[in-house]
Structure formats: structure tokens, C-alpha cells
Design a protein around this ligand. Structure first.
Ligand code: GUN
Length: 290
């Protein structure tokens, strides 16, 4: 068996088309969605991700402003940047790209962002809503993109056993909440570095989400035949190519021979994350225009 590939690019293009139409509708009402992205330091991967977000904004007609701060920026400058964006009525969405330079308190920055402008969905009030089973706040982009992609691909979630590897604030924890919530109805286990017999747990999964940041960790014999496997990993692996590295997911390529459905890296979850960010930004602009 070779797994059916969940084409995140195609699915994201459909979401972006809907978002473009919403942007046009808002424009008629005089509202022009505007996303501000703050990036601190020179992490190369973060710069690539942020450029991708800017390009998506341009595609769907969202205005974007990028604020680049050097790695040695004072924390107080990051704080005042967020406070200015909070106070600026012209800005509807604020995203501070993670990771921040070592020693900077990311949670403190997250807490500062106006929840109505928190298009990442990481503010305690947005994550708290998710814990309550509500999706009327800003829902984190990668988790929302994963569930949207699974639904789009016709993967049955209700009553199924889901295993999420990784408990991060950005992916693992919120995607486990989304999969378990009423109406989605998966039975979810969250695995992490202390999980005993991780391979055995994964083999029970009808839906396996790998969001742990370890290249090709998930092997074919970890996967139940026919399972849906979502690879969230983007890992740099050093090699002797001209570039000096290649990108690998958290799922080994051999898994395609066992899984029923697989979301690849690249071209799976990445484009979905960006599409959901566009959706959150338009939603934030609409809510703020009321
Ligand atoms: N770094 C990696 N993924 C994300 C994300 O979804 N949002 C932010 N702000 N930073 C990230």
C-alpha cells in the first residue's frame, strides 16, 4: 500500500480563495485587514517562515508590516513594540515570531498581545477558550490547519484513536484539544519525552500527529496499517550537499508504505498554517470593525 498524500498546498489554496473573497467584502465596508509581524534576531528558519507569511498576505490582499528587531534588542523594546501595535487601530493582527532570542521571555510577550489581535491564538484567553471547548476565539494556526486538512481529506475523526507526539504550546497541546473537542470526538493521547513505549502507543493510533522536532523519528513499524499520519516536523539535517543540510520531517519516508493517508513535509501542514493565519487575520479585522 502507498499512502494517499494530503495535499496541503491545494487545500490551503482553497482556504486562501475564501479569505480573498472576505478581504474584498471587508474592503467594500472600508476595512482593510492589516497584519503586523515582529521578528527578533536572525534565526534563518524564522526569516523564511516570516517571508512566507508576507507573501501569503500579498496573495489574499491583506496588508502586512514587518518589524525586524536585532537579536540584541532590549526586552523593553520588544514590549513597547507590542504595546504600540496593540494601541494602533489600523493594525488588526499581531504575530511575534517564535523562537525569540535566548533569554527572552516568550510567554511574557504572548501575555501582552491584545487577545483580539492575537492571530497566533497563543494568548491565555484564546488558549483558555480552547480548553473550554470553544473555537470562537483565535485558534492556533498549525492545529487548526491540521484538523482542516484531515477533514478536507475525508479522514474520519469521530470515535478514532489519535496520538499526538509533542506537547508544545504551539502545536501538540492545542491540536490535542481540537481533536478531542465535542463535535470532532477523537480519543486523544499526548506523548512526550517521558512516554513509555512510544512506538507501541503510536501503533494504536488511527490518527498520528508527529510534532516533536526529531528528524524521521516515526518509523514504519510505529504505524498502524491504514492510519492517517500528519508530519509537523521541519528539521535541519546536516549533510555533505552543497547547501550543507536538507530538511526532514518527524516521519521517516518509509511510513508511506504503511499509512493510509499522509501529510508530507514540505507541502502538508506548512501551507495550512499560513492559510489559517490569513483566516485569523481577516476574522480579527472583521471583529474589530464591529
Ligand atoms: N514559530 C514556528 N511556528 C510559529 C507560529 O505558528 N507562530 C509564531 N509566532 N511563531 C512560530
Amino acid at each position: 500500500m502507498t499512502a494517499v498524500v494530503l495535499d496541503g498546498k491545494a487545500c490551503a489554496a482553497e482556504v486562501e480563495a475564501e479569505v480573498s473573497a472576505q478581504v474584498a467584502e471587508l474592503a467594500e465596508a472600508g476595512v482593510h485587514p492589516h497584519l503586523a509581524v515582529v521578528i527578533v534576531g536572525d534565526d534563518p528558519a524564522s526569516h523564511i517562515y516570516v517571508s512566507g507569511k508576507e507573501r501569503a498576505c500579498a496573495r489574499v490582499g491583506i496588508r502586512s508590516t514587518r518589524i525586524d528587531l536585532p537579536a540584541d534588542t532590549d526586552f523593553s523594546r520588544v514590549v513597547s513594540t507590542v504595546e504600540e501595535l496593540n494601541a494602533n487601530d489600523d493594525v488588526h493582527g499581531i504575530l511575534v515570531q517564535s523562537p525569540l532570542p535566548k533569554g527572552m521571555d516568550e510567554l511574557a510577550v504572548t501575555d501582552l498581545i491584545d487577545p483580539a489581535k492575537d492571530v497566533d491564538g497563543f494568548h491565555p484567553s484564546n488558549l483558555g477558550r480552547l480548553v473550554q471547548g470553544r473555537v470562537d476565539g483565535m485558534v492556533p494556526c498549525t492545529p487548526a490547519g491540521i484538523v482542516h486538512l484531515l477533514n478536507w481529506g475525508g479522514v474520519e475523526l469521530s470515535g478514532k484513536r489519535a496520538v499526538v507526539i509533542g506537547r508544545s504550546r504551539i502545536v501538540g497541546t492545542p491540536v490535542s484539544l481540537l481533536l478531542a473537542r465535542k463535535g470532532v470526538d477523537s480519543t486523544v493521547s499526548v506523548a512526550h519525552s517521558r512516554t513509555a513505549d512510544l512506538a507501541g502507543l503510536c501503533r494504536q493510533a488511527d490518527i498520528l500527529v508527529a510534532a516533536v522536532g526529531r528528524a524521521e523519528l516515526v518509523r514504519a513499524d510505529w504505524v498502524k496499517p491504514g492510519a492517517a499520519v500528519i508530519d509537523v516536523g521541519v528539521n535541519r539535517v546536516d549533510d555533505d550537499s552543497e547547501r550543507g543540510y536538507h530538511l526532514a520531517g518527524d516521519v521517516h519516508p518509509e511510513v508511506s508504505a504503511v499509512a493510509g493517508t499522509i501529510s508530507p513535509v514540505p507541502g502538508g501542514v506548512g501551507p495550512m498554517t499560513i492559510a489559517m493565519l490569513m483566516r485569523n487575520t481577516v476574522r480579527a479585522a472583521f471583529n474589530q470593525s464591529k
